[in-house]
Design a protein around this ligand. Structure first.
Ligand code: SF4
Ligand code: SF4
Length: 406
């Protein structure tokens, strides 16, 4: 059985196992640090109605799977099913409190796949991803050559390098400073690495929105590219690509990956002894990307990025009320940024308000998607308060700044 096989019976049983205890609406009591910042379900926070929390969605999933849901109400249904950012906050609570097999994110993703097959989903802007990926191999509709930001051509398509730096679509086409900072770090550590001009979308935007038709092709094609170059470790600066390749690809392939995967946060933590940081006077907060934390259970990457930030002299890292397993999604996950931009920005703004409440002047995150979401939130928060905009910075960008002293 692959990730695409929808076992309706198992899915129905999972949805039926939900006892509607509603413990997944807020951070677990053991993780809650304040009443003000205890809510962790973005769609519940914004729509403020039972159907938009995990138990409501589980109930609707059950009704769809039993053919009991009036599908003529599909506009509302689409809003409910596609407003989940698939952040996994509910899943953490459910895992600890109720039943390990419910997995609300999995239920939502499978229901999205069922709705897509029925022609009911996804949202129009999400549909564009699939069309663009089919045509251009990236969800942004970019027709330019992959990774054309690379200046040193000797790192391109190199065989037998230790690390294959999988740049990803968002970093490669929308946030090249993150990619440039990453290769600068790899150069400084004298690493044997390569960047591929043949890499294509990892499949994440399609998997998260239930548009599965083209995903197997993406996985196979990427796999061929990586194997052709005979690299041992695939390195990521994007949390979404890292999660997709590490967890979704083996499920899709039905076998383990023929290489190891590593996120830059881990790489940096491993190499800390090699870095001579210059002092940087800055009060910062760290934002946990859902795809690096909760999605990677039981191997969540929480300590490594914090170790890296804390090693920079002069940096004062404040602790957010919602962090690690209880983090608040940046609002950009699960196709929500493209599908429902106002709601996405609302959640990102809440997250930035939390950063402001702790007195930080910047928020650091190791995911380009979170950077984009939080940047929109920072703009909105500054507009609302009339205060200076909170800076949003990638982890690799912060490291390069601390190394170069700029
Ligand atoms: S914690 Fe689990 S069982 Fe309880 S309402 Fe949420 S999904 Fe259902
Ligand atoms: S995955 Fe996140 S947005 Fe979706 S129901 Fe769970 S907590 Fe809410």
């Amino acid at each position: 059985m692959t990730a695409f096989t929808i076992d309706r019976e198992a899915l129905k049983n999972a949805a039926l196992s939900c006892v509607h205890c509603a413990m997944c609406r807020q951070a677990l009591p053991s993780l809650t640090k304040s009443n003000k910042f205890a809510d962790t379900c973005p769609s519940g926070l914004y729509f403020n109605y039972e159907a938009y929390y995990a138990p409501g969605r589980n109930e609707i999933a059950r009704a769809i799977l039993r053919n009991e849901y009036p599908l003529e109400e599909s506009e509302k249904l689409k809003e409910i099913i596609y407003s989940c950012t698939t952040c996994g906050a509910c899943e953490v609570n459910c895992r600890y409190i109720c039943d390990t097999n419910i997995l609300p994110v999995r239920i939502t993703e499978k229901i999205r796949a069922i709705l897509a097959k029925m022609g009911i989903g996804p949202l129009p802007n999400q549909q564009k991803f699939a069309n663009y990926v089919k045509k251009y191999n990236n969800p942004y509709g970019e027709s330019t050559k992959r990774n054309s930001w690379v200046k040193n051509e000797s790192i391109l398509d190199k065989e037998k390098a230790k690390y294959f730096y999988f740049v990803g679509c968002t970093t490669g086409y929308r946030l090249t400073p993150v990619a440039e900072a990453t290769v600068k770090i790899l150069d400084l550590t004298k690493e044997n690495y390569t960047v591929s001009s043949q890499e294509i979308c990892c499949g994440s935007p399609l998997i998260r929105t239930g548009q599965l038709d083209d995903v197997e092709r993406l996985v196979q094609q990427n796999l061929e590219v990586i194997q052709r170059l005979k690299c041992k470790i695939v390195l990521f600066s994007c949390a979404g690509c890292y999660r997709t390749v590490t967890k979704d690809w083996p499920e899709i392939l039905g076998k383990p990956l023929p290489f190891k995967t590593m996120h830059m946060a881990e790489y940096l933590a491993n190499k800390l002894k090699k870095f001579k940081f210059r002092p940087m006077k800055m009060k910062v907060a760290y934002h946990d990307p859902c795809h690096l934390g909760r999605h990677m259970f039981p191997n969540q990457i929480y300590n490594e990025p914090r170790q890296v930030i804390d090693r920079i002299p002069g940096i004062n890292r404040v602790v957010l009320d919602r962090e690690m397993d209880a983090t608040l999604c940046c609002g950009a996950g699960g196709g929500v940024k493209a599908g429902m931009p106002d709601y996405s920005e609302y959640i990102a703004t809440l997250r930035v308000e939390e950063v402001r409440a702790k007195g930080a002047e910047a928020v650091i995150t190791p995911c380009p998607f979170c950077i984009r979401g939080l940047t929109d939130g920072a703009k909105q928060e500054a507009k609302n308060t009339g205060l200076n905009e909170i800076k949003v910075m990638g982890l690799t960008e912060l490291v390069i700044k601390a190394l170069e002293g700029k």
